[in-house]
Ligand binder design. Structure first.
Ligand code: TPP
Ligand code: MG
Length: 1038
């Protein structure tokens, strides 16, 4: 009944002169977080029926009555009227009338006790109207906020004022305002009239505009709502499905006088604006014809970021990982990360020599890592800006993954120490799908970074494109609503408003550990870059921009007028920073060499020598002792916890695994288990992520067991292998490739001592993550001298499943390998194989045996450096009875075989061999079956290339030399313009110094990767096998 009492009490009429008693007795639900709670004394006695469950019933009826007094029984109508009219305790209730014929006279007698309240209906309606009005501002106030510093374009692309807001902002002139008020009041939307403006209304608990007051005149209510929601800050939050979070935001923005800054804070803000503005001006003066994607028009970004960092540092964060596009990047490096200015300036010198291997990148893409003291909080803080490609927003998931990894390795399970900040351009934030994919990772247990602060540099233009042509959503930030992230739009020409929202954003993150967006509505003073002429396409906007006073000047004038600083102090601040720039410029001339390794975003201390070299150029054996293999095998085929019931089908699978172990054999799933389990023993963290990886798309892996009787009870046997083992993370991902692969790449950046794998559901789906492959994985080291050992598992194979699900597109990966097809490397070089690996941009393998798969996974970690590893993985081979390996192939001394030579009868009399077939992957099993059927084992040798890139020139030369009279042919199941042919053929020819032709046995060129017709598939397969074993097949070509 408590609710009814307070509600009822609130609805009693008040006049401005009446005092409202408040007392500190807190309401149970809201009292947890919010200090100031209003309650009102209510002269309502404990009526006999107002207890227990009946009170809910009464409460419901009360709400129904509020909406329509006629909807309840007459007796209740009277009761509520009496209560609201202040009937003394115990008297509000009047017995229902008897249903006897004479009862009519009783109805007439049953009058409200408080006859003196004829306006109760109107009062109820007016209070409801005021509540609606407050709510309207909370929901839609941002639509009339003054967000555009230029005053020409509405940030929401809509100049109309929502119909339920009585806006007096200067968007509307007075006459318009009066007319709106009339429309909305007199007989209009709210049913209030002008005389109501001076009436006092109780404020609901869902607003904080009252401050200490619990009731205000309507005029003041409107004024305060406009102060909170319609000035330079537009708060979008009412879509959030959490009352506590909504209340928190209301309190932050509605409480009167909340946006107060000390003079000290104002001076710091001014100093930061000086740095930001003068940095750009300095670059402009010195290098007027260089592209730098300056920040002019959004100089406030620098103090904004610094505020977020200061506040987060104050709340315990000591590591901030940032991702950002081109705009203002140099300024952020200089003034937020505090990269030495001379290191930035020297990059404008075209004579600078490159000192590192690799091709490098332009200055506004490079990353940075810097540890320093935060001057405001006096605490250590590490800032890292992740290197990024030109592809806008592509770095978002990478930053998230790196943040997750840093949190994971320092045991920061709630994101209290490590956080991420992502910067965006308005056009890119709205247009790029990866933004959405990244948001969807934000709350997933294995992917959450416990809140990212997003800052949008919303300069209301994308290159030359107007926002009205660039997005269909009102704001560029609407994508954030999918994860219930609050969005704070702010006019960037009001630096204090910007500081305030940044503080709130940082507090939001540290309170709720969820994403939040700061939308800096600004403008771009120059063209897209400094060489561009913006008047070609945005003439009116740029006429206005030319007239626009820079924000530094405006703010300085304000502070001078307030007496916070005086003119000489301001000028002194400017000349101090200009001097810093000039001195750094002078020093920059001494820099003759550009070390990109000084621009590393993720150093791996201790992994390399001090000058960044691998500690050795060898790789130990990747084999394991029989004991280790057996132990892992036994755990892999058991349920290592008590009272855990697994599915009957799974019991059979584990039993079969157990038998394999007894027979000292592994299939694919077991080989993977052996590799993972042994690395965990050696302290290597393993993270396997992708769609349905826990079970495995092909139901072969089963790394997470599910109790069939207890909901959500799971067991990961891999985490029960050894005492003190490293943790194993296996996680089903969201249905995203771009986002999740980017995330895992970022995760792998954080440490060399982890095996991070991403598995595609089917290999062809990797193409929706092509940007991560093309821009980061393939060229990452060359551009940013940053190594990365990520592993891609891409199920691949022509199995009659149609054009989809068949090809992981090996041709694409191979085409991007950096080894020269026409140059035979020095095969005698010591550690040729390791040197080749060191020089390559990535390793591409297609293993034909589980044992080799095991070795290549272990080698990935045992190598003294890191390279991305692309593995085409099997589908049908997972269960192929011949695709098994003996423990013998995995014992100490064994290693990954780059080439698996023929070991059958052909090797007995190699001179008699007529044809040497080279192949890779699953087609090997088709070839051996066909060879057996044709009884040609003595005439045709089959050599498997397991490591396609870097190309094993040395081992293949030995193979060719072994069979002096054999013709050479490459056999593949993929179409001729796909698969490996175009990569392998020129390299094989180089290997043999072009002494012989290399023939082709495989499918014809085609547009689609595979036929959709099963019969055609089989016919094509038979045709390629026929060619492979027809010793006359190539006669007519020679
Ligand atoms: C994925 C991608 N597509 C296209 C481009 C080319 N491009 C570079 S900047 C830019 C406009 C970006 O606009 P916005 O995101 O608003 O950032 P602003 O330059 O205005 O700061 C475009 C289209 C790109 N870099 N990345
Ligand atoms: Mg823009």
């Amino acid at each position: 009944m408590f609710h009814l009492r307070t509600c009822a009490a609130k609805l009693r009429p008040l006049t401005a002169s009446q005092t409202v008693k408040t007392f500190s007795q807190n309401r149970p639900a809201a009292a947890r977080t919010f200090g100031q709670i209003r309650c009102y004394t209510a002269p309502v006695a404990a009526e006999p029926f107002l207890s227990g469950t009946s009170s809910n019933y009464v409460e419901e009826m009360y709400y129904a009555w509020l909406e329509n007094p006629k909807s309840v029984h007459k007796s209740w109508d009277i009761f509520f009227r009496n209560t609201n009219a202040g009937a003394p305790p115990g008297t509000a209730y009047q017995s229902p009338l008897p249903l006897s014929p004479g009862s009519l006279s009783a109805v007439a007698r049953a009058r409200p006790l408080v006859e003196a309240q004829p306006n109760v209906d109107k009062l109820v309606e007016d209070h409801l109207a005021v509540q609606s009005l407050i709510r309207a501002y909370q929901i839609r106030g941002h639509h009339v906020a003054q967000l555009d510093p230029l005053g020409i374009l509405d940030a929401d692309l809509d100049s109309s004022v929502p119909a339920d807001i009585i806006s007096s902002t200067d968007k509307l002139d007075l006459a318009v305002f009066k007319e709106r008020l009339r429309m909305l009041t007199v007989g209009g939307f709210y049913g209030l009239d002008e005389s109501d403006l001076d009436k006092v209304f109780h404020l609901p608990t869902t607003t904080f505009i009252g401050g200490q007051e619990s009731a205000l005149p309507l005029r003041e209510i409107i004024r305060r709502l406009e102060m909170a929601y319609c000035q330079h800050i537009g708060v979008e939050f009412m879509f959030i499905n959490d009352l506590e979070q909504c209340q928190w935001i209301r309190q932050k923005f509605e409480t009167p006088g909340v946006m107060q800054f000390t003079n000290e804070e104002k001076r710091t803000l001014l100093a930061r604006l000086v740095r930001s503005t003068r940095f750009e001006e300095f670059l402009q003066r010195k290098w007027s014809s260089e592209k730098r994607f300056g920040l002019e028009g959004c100089e406030v970004l620098i103090p904004a970021l610094k505020t977020i960092i200061d506040k987060s540092s104050e709340n315990g964060v000591d590591y901030v990982i940032m991702g950002m596009p081109h705009r203002g990047r140099l300024n952020v490096l200089a003034n937020v990360i505090r990269k030495e200015l001379e290191q930035i300036f020297c990059q404008f010198d075209s004579k600078l020599e490159a000192a590192d291997e690799g091709s490098g990148d332009v200055k506004y893409h490079l990353g940075m890592y810097h540890r320093r003291i935060n001057r405001v909080t006096d605490r250590n803080i590490t800032l890292s800006l992740v290197a990024n490609p030109s592809h806008l927003e592509a770095a978002d998931p990478v930053v998230m993954g790196k943040t997750k990894a840093e949190q994971f390795y320092c045991g920061d399970t709630e994101g209290k120490k490590v956080m991420s900040i992502l910067l965006h351009g308005d056009a890119a934030f709205a247009g790029q799908g990866i933004v959405y994919e990244t948001f969807h990772l934000s709350d997933l247990p294995s992917y959450t970074t416990h809140g990212t602060v997003h800052v949008v540099v919303n300069n209301q233009i994308g290159f030359t494109t107007d926002p009205r042509m660039a997005r269909s959503s009102p704001y560029p930030t609407d994508v954030a609503r999918v994860v219930n992230a609050p969005i704070f739009h702010v006019n960037s020409d009001d630096p204090e408003a910007v500081m305030y929202v940044c503080k709130v954003a940082a507090e939001w993150r540290s309170t709720f550990h969820k994403d939040v967006v700061v939308d800096l509505v600004c403008y771009r003073r120059n063209g897209h870059n400094e060489m561009d002429e913006p008047m070609f396409t945005q003439p009116l906007m740029y006429k206005q921009i030319r007239k626009q006073k820079p924000v530094l000047q405006k703010y300085a004038e304000l502070l001078v007028s307030q007496g916070v600083v005086n003119q000489p102090e301001y000028e002194e601040e400017i000349s101090k920073y200009d001097k810093i720039c000039e001195e750094a410029f002078a020093r920059s001339k001494d820099e003759k060499i550009l070390h990109i390794k000084h621009w590393l975003d993720s150093p791996w201390p201790g992994f390399f020598t001090l000058d960044g070299q691998p500690r050795s150029m060898t790789c130990p054996s990747t084999g394991l002792t029989e004991d280790i293999l057996t132990h892992i095998g036994n755990v892999a085929s058991s349920v290592p916890v008590e009272n855990f019931t697994i599915h009957g089908g799974l019991s059979r699978i584990l039993k079969t695994r157990g038998e394999l172990v007894k027979n000292r054999t592994v299939d694919w799933a077991l080989a993977e288990y052996m590799a993972f389990g042994s690395l965990l023993k050696e302290g290597i963290h393993i993270r396997l992520s992708g769609q349905d990886v826990e079970r495995g798309t092909f139901s072969h892996r089963h790394h997470v067991l599910h109790d069939q009787n207890v909901d959500k009870r799971t067991c990961i046997p891999m985490n029960h292998l050894w005492p003190n083992q490293a943790p194993y993370t296996v996680c089903n991902s969201s249905l995203s490739e771009y986002g999740v692969l980017g995330f895992e790449l970022g995760f792998a950046m954080a440490s060399p001592n982890a095996l991070v794998l991403w598995e595609a559901q089917f290999g062809d789906f990797h193409n929706t993550a092509q940007c991560i492959i093309d821009q980061f994985i393939c060229p990452g080291q060359a551009k940013w001298v940053r190594q990365n050992g990520i592993v891609l598992l891409l199920p691949h194979g022509m199995e009659g499943m149609g054009p989809e699900h068949s090809s992981a597109r090996p041709e694409r990966f191979l085409q991007m390998c950096n080894d020269d097809p026409d140059v035979l490397p020095d095969l005698k070089e010591a550690n040729f194989d390791i040197n080749q690996l060191y020089d390559c941009n990535w390793v591409v393998v297609n293993c034909s045996t589980p044992g080799n798969f095991f070795h290549v996974l272990r080698r990935q970690i045992l190598l003294p450096f890191r390279k991305p590893l692309i593995i085409f993985t099997p589908k049908s081979l997972l269960r192929h009875p011949e695709a098994r390996s003996s423990f013998d192939e995995m014992l100490p001394g064994t290693h990954f075989q780059r080439v698996i030579p023929e070991d059958g009868p052909a090797t007995q009399n190699p001179e008699n061999v007529k044809r040497l077939l080279f192949c890779t992957g699953k087609v090997y099993y088709d070839l051996t079956r066909e060879r057996k059927a044709r009884d040609m084992a003595g005439q045709v040798a089959i050599t498997r290339i397991e490591q396609l890139s870097p190309f094993p020139f040395d081992l293949l030369l030995q193979e060719v030399q072994k069979y002096p009279h054999a013709e050479l042919a490459w056999c593949q199941e993929e179409h001729k313009n796909q698969g490996y042919y175009d990569y392998v053929k020129p390299r094989l020819r180089t290997t043999i110094n072009r002494a012989k032709p290399v023939w082709y046995a495989g499918r014809d060129p085609a547009a689609a990767p595979a036929t959709g017709n099963k019969k055609t598939h089989l016919t094509e397969l038979q045709r390629l096998l026929d060619t492979a074993f027809d010793l006359d097949a190539f006669k007519n070509f020679s």
